[in-house]
Design a protein around this ligand. Structure first.
Ligand code: 6R9
Length: 687
């Protein structure tokens, strides 16, 4: 495959040297507007300042290429050098890793550092305290209400973790047992994850926004020894009674023969009082009554690198949720290393990731990755727009956040954000104009953006910029992380070289890879390794440009085939949002008599812009101009807002149903951040 060679880079640096990286504020969107070919997008390079690059861990393309080359040619050596910086009770065996990704050659198997004995909680906490960082703040917690907050140093965090670990041990939780965590973003959430890890229990965090039905399904599947929750949480002005949801799930599960021993419940006072909480004596225990009485010291359970650390359920396109299993050693090394390099982490940084610990992002990049690096992490309990849309920037200013990692759908107001140094983006392809907005407005044209492509399954970043190492292209996730070999294959599973687009797969294993699906290794193999034997198949489409930059085009099930032309929904969306009056767009395919599939576009307009026939025409024109007449949307549907999951992903499944008017088949809309959006859209469709 073609990497951007050093000389290529230097040539670009020369030819682009007239373009200073801090050029002006909120410049007019360039290049992608009207009539420009997509080729110019590929040529749109954005450079970090010289000063930033000089101080970066990876200061140049040459350095990246040198490190990348070694990581590919000698993965064992590359990763064991890094692993040696962590604490291992016993070193791993002769073989650093072993793998088989080829289903035709036997069972798929991935192992890293097998035989190595360690503990990830020890490496997150004890190790940092021993190296003199005990008094450094580990967690800053910002409550739903602006004046409610708290913090814990590394030493204090360890004490809290040990108390809970001791409580769990006393209540019969043993190494290998499963613990379900159904908590909002309180400090108790990472505390519980770490306490499980300390005693070798396997945590399964269920996002505290899932319904009782979803929670039940997960309880039935992994049969936890205990469930840890809290009575309620406030999200904005809304109080969510979490205990009620847990009660419903627990009583249903016990009727189905799975009874959970205890339900440890944290009293989240600011949301609900003890007296108002549903209670079942014998099963339910108040956290505050028991945990603070436990000892603040707790021995570590030393585990094998390949012992499971957690399972996390993620939805597939069909069927029941899949329990993605991550093990200890490889995941530890991988999350720590990706965090360090993709955010160019330095000891003085203050890091805030807006993801909830209920998702993989909150596992790898709220809890484990940052704490393994001894970082100071900001946790936020509430929603981005409470009490107003300036809240996020207020938090950035309050804690002087330098590294800010989010799904870029937030609003900007009057706050300074001077502290910001690096921005991160995750979850969906970020289109060039959103990229520019994030870069120019949020980062004042000063902060590199790490557009991190990865998945629950991959454990950590796979394709991501390394800030300062090479110029960025708005909308491209750039190059693979160390040790990752992304390949693009065609329908037949043949690798395509050079400039191309196709299915994104990964050749060879990497330390953070998931090892199986919980109790369903067969589904693991059929879902991820059978489509293209020899490779891990991501389910995403991707193209690679002439410089070797990667452009994610969305899930391959989001590809629309119009009269034989393959069109990525992301491509059309990207064209639509380059229109100055279009804020956001979601495109789906609908049946079309003549073309096979037609393009149906939902668009959200910039605040205050009214929808009109003229605007509709100019939106269609933008797509025609940028991609081609064949990609022109057949229908534009004005959407005051789009249906999104709580993690910010647009639910295209629902949009497809609305587009094809299959309104009785909308399915479960309870996981939406705001289910009322759906009815609003249906009404507008008919008007
Ligand atoms: C980390 C996370 C994974 C899917 C993935 C892809 C999409 C995530 C992306 C991105 C384009 C990025 N995705 N990051 N697409 N650019 N930077 O989100 O995990 O919830 O498992 O979702 O999200 O489609 O396949 P997960």
């Amino acid at each position: 495959r073609k990497n951007l060679s050093t000389t290529d880079h230097l040539r670009h640096v020369e030819s682009m040297s007239t373009l200073p990286s801090g050029a002006g504020k909120i410049p007019k969107l360039n290049a992608v507007i009207l009539g420009e070919s997509l080729a110019s997008e590929e040529d749109d390079l954005v450079f970090s300042s010289h000063d930033f690059s000089q101080k970066a861990h990876v200061p140049s393309p040459e350095k990246y290429l040198e490190m990348y080359k070694r990581s590919i040619e000698d993965p064992g050596g590359f990763w064991s050098d890094i692993a040696s910086e962590f604490y291992w009770k016993e070193k791993w065996g002769e073989q650093v890793y072993s793998e088989n990704l080829d289903v035709t050659k036997g069972n798929v198997k991935i192992e890293w550092f097998k035989g190595g004995i360690t503990n990830i909680c020890y490496n997150c906490l004890d190790k940092n305290i021993e190296s003199g960082n005990g008094d450094k703040v580990a967690l800053h917690w910002e409550g739903n209400e602006p004046d409610v907050d708290g913090s814990l140093t590394y030493t204090q965090l360890l004490e809290r973790v040990c108390q809970l670990a001791n409580f769990m041990k006393e209540n019969g939780v043993r190494k290998g047992d499963t613990v379900i965590i159904y908590l909002p973003m309180l400090m108790e959430l990472p505390i519980t994850m770490l306490a499980c890890a300390r005693i070798g229990a396997v945590h399964s965090v269920v996002f505290a926004g899932y319904s009782a039905e979803s929670l039940l399904q997960r309880i039935m599947d992994c049969k936890p020894k205990i469930v840890v929750t809290c009575n309620a949480v406030k999200r904005g002005k809304k109080v969510l009674n979490l205990k009620e949801i847990v009660d419903a799930a627990l009583s249903e599960s016990s009727q189905n023969g799975i009874s959970v021993g205890s339900c440890l419940t944290y009293e989240n006072e600011s949301a609900m009082k003890k007296e108002d909480t549903n209670w079942q004596n014998g099963r339910d225990i108040w956290w505050q009554d028991v945990v603070p009485k436990c000892s603040t010291m707790c021995d570590v359970a030393w585990v094998d690198a390949e012992d499971p650390l957690f399972l996390l359920y993620t939805s597939g396109s069909t069927g029941k949720p899949k329990g993605v299993v991550h093990t200890t050693g490889g995941y530890m090394i991988y999350t720590a290393t990706t965090f360090k390099y993709a955010f160019d982490y330095k000891e003085s940084d203050i890091y805030w990731c807006t993801a909830d610990c209920g998702w993989i992002t909150g596992h790898s990049y709220v809890t484990y990755g940052p704490l393994l690096n001894g970082a100071t992490v900001v946790l936020y309990e509430g929603v981005p727009n409470y009490p107003d849309s300036g809240r996020c920037w207020e938090i950035v200013d309050k804690y002087k956040v330098t590294l800010f990692y989010t799904a870029p759908t937030l609003y900007v107001t009057r706050y300074s954000r001077k502290s910001l140094r690096v921005l991160g983006s995750v979850g969906e392809p970020i289109n060039p104009s959103a990229w520019r907005w994030f870069f120019n407005v949020v980062g004042d044209s000063r902060c590199p953006i790490s557009d991190t492509w990865w998945q629950t399954e991959t454990g950590g970043f796979m394709i991501t910029p390394l800030p300062g190492a090479w110029p960025q292209k708005p909308g491209s996730a750039t190059y693979p992380f160390f040790g990752v070999r992304p390949v693009i294959v065609d329908e037949k599973g043949k690798e395509i070289e050079g400039e191309c687009s196709g299915y994104l797969c990964v050749k060879k294993s990497w330390p953070g890879a998931f090892r199986t699906l919980y109790k369903d290794h067969e589904r693991y193999e059929t879902t991820y390794f059978s489509a293209f034997p020899g490779y891990y198949f991501s389910g995403d489409g991707c193209s690679r440009d002439k410089h070797g930059y990667h452009w994610l085009t969305g899930r391959v099930d989001d590809v629309i085939n119009v009269s034989g032309h393959r069109i990525g929904t992301a491509e059309v969306e990207s064209a639509l949002v380059s229109h100055p009056q279009c804020a956001e767009a979601a495109v789906v395919g609908v049946e079309h008599e003549v073309k096979g599939q037609g393009i149906y576009a939902f668009v959200t307009l910039v605040d205050g812009v009214p929808y009109s026939e003229d605007l509709r025409e100019s939106l269609v024109l933008v797509v025609r101009n940028q991609i081609g007449a064949f990609a022109a949307p057949d229908r534009i549907h004005w959407a005051p807002s789009l249906p999104k999951t709580r993690s910010g992903k647009i639910m295209r499944r629902i949009l497809r149903k609305i587009a094809s008017r299959q309104l009785d088949e909308l399915g479960d809309i309870s996981t939406l951040a705001d289910p009322s959006v759906v009815h609003q859209l249906i009404t507008l469709a008919d008007s």
